[in-house]
Design a protein around this ligand. Structure first.
Ligand code: ADE
Length: 260
């Protein structure tokens, strides 16, 4: 996969996203990351990339032409069609399903704004999709672009080693294809078995894979209900899941789901 980043700080994105799994995806030839600086495409001695907003108000707005030229150069660098994504708090929230969708594309161009924003006409003409990484405001799209690069790169086939498989991550649909809610990850433990901070749950030492899988699923269900109830529609939960959840709640000394 090829990802181009259009940004006033293109190296920043490569730096932030260039470590660990993403760096390895680059080394393995699964991902190539390229930066384009609109300032390199700006005219005049000052290479101006922004100007004051019409209608008044604080801050500066990024000019159409330097961004348009940078985007054109990025598009022309490879014949495969590119999805152009603008990072902004006004975008649709990024989630794991969107990361999977983007990871299946041959090319992605990430457009990062700075200042108060980007001239709306450039967005209307050039951008396929606007994405946000959360309901808070960053001072530019670069960190958000690095988040997208990381979330996408680790999903590229071969980016993770077997032991790191993405299939068991939070928000990944269960591999059995039976559906059910998207869940947060279960808790994890490693050596020692007994520590001053507590013991490892005995089921994990039992060697019974079915019991372990059921325990992990129950933990994921319980933790998701407790921490992110918005992710679980109680009325859509299967009777078996409902029993698992209520047993988890009972063990935590809590009333059954939907009865508080
Ligand atoms: N740029 C500034 N804030 C952002 C956010 N929350 N998500 C994506 N891009 C942004």
């Amino acid at each position: 996969m090829r990802i181009d980043v259009v940004s006033l700080f293109p190296d920043f994105v490569a730096q932030v996203a260039g470590h660990g799994v993403v760096g390895r995806a680059g080394e393995r030839g699964l991902l190539s990351l390229h930066g384009w600086n609109p300032r390199d495409f700006a005219e005049g001695n000052y290479r101006r990339v922004d100007d004051r907003p019409f209608g008044g108000g604080p801050g500066m707005v990024m000019l159409i032409d330097p961004l348009r030229a940078a985007l054109a150069a990025a598009r022309a660098a490879d014949p495969a069609p590119a999805r152009v994504v603008y990072l902004s708090p006004q975008g649709r929230p990024l989630d794991q399903a969107k990361a999977r969708e983007l990871a299946a594309l041959p090319r992605l161009v990430l457009l990062c704004g700075r200042y108060e924003g980007v001239d709306e006409r450039l967005l209307a003409a050039e951008v396929d999709e606007e994405l946000s990484i959360g309901d808070y405001v960053l001072s530019g799209g670069e960190l958000a672009a690095a988040v997208v690069v990381d979330a996408v790169a680790r999903l590229l086939p071969g980016a993770l080693n077997d032991a790191e498989s993405a299939a068991q991550d939070s928000f990944e649909p269960p591999a059995d294809g039976k559906g059910g809610p998207l869940l947060l990850d279960c808790p994890h433990y490693t050596r020692p078995v007994v520590h001053a901070l507590g013991a490892v749950p005995p089921v994990l030492l039992s060697g019974n894979h079915a019991d372990i899988a059921r325990w992990r699923y129950q933990q994921a269900l319980g933790r998701t209900w407790q921490r992110r109830p918005d992710l679980i529609d109680l009325t859509a939960l299967s009777p078996a899941d409902r029993r698992l959840l209520d047993a988890w709640l009972a063990e935590a000394g809590l009333p059954p789901a939907g009865q508080d």
